[in-house]
Design a protein around this ligand. Sequence first.
Ligand code: PNS
Length: 160
Amino acid sequence: MIAIYPGSFDPITLGHLDIIERGAKLFDRVIVAVLSNSAKQPLFSVAQRIEQINYCTQHMSNVEVDSFIGLTVDYAKMRHAGVLLRGLRVLSDFEKELQMAHTNKTLAQELETVFLATAKEYSFLSSSVVKEIAQYGGDISHLVSDNVAKDLERKYQNKI
Ligand code: PNS
């Protein structure tokens, strides 16, 4: 079974990575799919995000990183995926995630959304929180992988 793990990943956090690692044990293949037409103004380009995710998932042979434009269900169909993988952190995630899962179900009956509970230690973690801390020079080494921490540092020093 192929699972798509869609998201913005701006940037990928250790919470995302935990979901990918656990998903890679459950499914034959996990495709991490970076949304490239988000309404949100991203900090990192799609190419940078793909590079970051590729670097920190290189130890998992059944994980692939890609980007997509348009609807997640259309991308999932194109990749012959049976599952959309999402992480659930806290109760406030639930409403948005359930709405998305139900909406996607109306668009593609055969596609199942599977939620993994995010590891307890990352339940507070989001890309936005990471960016806010990095912006003010705080320590993010326990929240993102080394390559992402370096990219954030350079980004906020206007070097990339
Ligand atoms: O990491 P995010 O930003 O919470 O991920 C949200 C994402 C990319 C999964 C969601 O916005 C999405 O699937 N966007 C693609 C457009 C789409 O398929 N919309 C219908 C589902 S509600």
